[in-house]
Design a protein around this ligand. Structure first.
Ligand code: F6P
Length: 365
């Protein structure tokens, strides 16, 4: 068994959950215990648990049998930022920096390193902790696949599979009733899920934030299908899609979240507009959090296991404050702060867009 300076690590899952988180927790814990004789602790509910001192030992038995389980055994939160944490002082609500308390909660247990599994919000705070002297290793997660610096994040494959299966199901009912069916998928400001699930599900129209649409072109497309005898159409729309010169549809704003905007509802707006323009019957379905739930796909389980193992391996090689990434088919890492504040959107010349256009898919332009 290799000997190392790092003796006690804590692992944490932050932000919105996604399938594969447990596979990373398992890989991190088993690698650290098995190969390096480390002590592993689990932080409950993301930064919330770090602030509130809810940190528990994680042993072999705790992570056994969780590879195939969705969600995260540690819990997560996407509204707690230790550097701007709302609290009541006297009768007033104030926002305070409680990051020092987090460091105390780790150091009193002798924990010297934090493995942060999260998206851009989690990594922003992780990078700020590095500036305060904490050793951090980042592992990228999000179903949206929008984290800058990595070709892929685990969770995306499962989400796009779920979305594709939903499109397959909607196909049959759309066909029976001769309807235009609009399927809204997640992705925030990036159209990865819509693009991949839209193509895999054979959608007639795919709408993504990166390509603002013209409603008249969408109407033209579904009417042309009707004329050709195709009596139904499927439109896969990303929650962040917007019309040319228009805005995204905001469902609500969430206080104290690293990104307070919650998108949602574009499919219903479009369904109304489109039925007015075409006289066709339109129905909208927002898949919502179903895309974040359930059993991780085999691909995501394998990717998450690689990411978790690689994070510990890097640490053992003396590398710290890095974000594990996948470039091409190779595991690599970038400085933790490098991805902060940047997102990876779909390039307009992405080969899958070209292929979709070639098979007759409209992007509403
Ligand atoms: O970042 C993942 C994501 O699922 C987005 O696609 C979606 O807009 C958002 O989270 C929803 O977050 P919440 O957990 O606040 O509903």
């Amino acid at each position: 068994m290799a000997k190392t300076k790092v003796k006690k690590i804590a692992v944490m899952t932050g932000g919105g959950d996604c399938p594969g988180l447990n596979a990373v927790i398992r890989a991190v814990t088993k690698t650290a215990v098995n190969q390096y004789d480390m002590e592993v602790w689990g932080v409950e509910d993301g930064y919330q648990g770090l602030i509130e001192d809810r940190i528990r030992p994680l042993g072999f038995n705790d992570v056994s049998g969780i590879l195939t389980v969705g969600g995260t055994i540690l819990g997560s939160s996407n509204t707690s930022n230790p550097f701007a944490y709302p609290m009541i002082l006297g009768k007033k609500q104030v926002v305070k920096d409680v990051s020092e308390q987090c460091l105390v909660n780790l150091s009193k247990r002798g924990i010297d390193t934090l493995i942060c599994i999260g998206g851009d919000g989690t990594m922003n705070s992780a990078a700020a902790f590095v500036k305060k002297g904490l050793t951090v290793m980042g592992v990228p997660k999000t179903i949206d696949n929008d984290l800058w610096g990595t070709d892929i994040t685990f969770g995306f494959n499962t989400a796009m599979t779920t979305a594709t299966e939903a499109i397959d199901k909607l196909h049959t009912t759309a066909s029976s009733h001769h309807r235009v069916m609009l399927v809204e998928v997640m992705g925030r400001y990036a159209g990865w899920i819509a693009l991949y699930a839209g193509v895999a599900g054979g959608s007639d129209v795919i709408l993504i934030p990166e390509i603002p649409y013209d409603i008249h072109k969408i109407a033209e497309c579904v009417l042309a299908r009707s004329k050709r005898g195709k009596r139904f159409s499927i439109i896969c729309v990303a929650e962040g899609a917007k019309p040319k010169g228009g805005k995204m549809v905001v469902a609500k704003t969430v206080k104290n979240s690293p990104d307070p905007i919650r998108l949602g509802g574009i499919s219903f707006v479009l369904a109304d507009h489109l039925s007015g323009l075409t006289d066709l019957t339109c129905r909208a379905v927002n898949l919502g959090h179903i895309q974040r739930g359930g059993v991780p796909s085999p691909f995501d389980r394998a990717l998450a296991t690689q990411f978790g193992h690689y994070a510990i391996d890097l640490l053992m090689k003396g590398k710290t404050d890095r974000l594990v990434v996948m470039k091409g088919n190779t595991l690599d890492s970038i400085p933790l702060g490098q991805a902060a504040g940047r997102i990876k959107t779909v390039p307009k010349n992405h080969p899958l867009i070209d292929a979709a256009k070639a098979v007759g898919t409209s992007f509403g332009i």
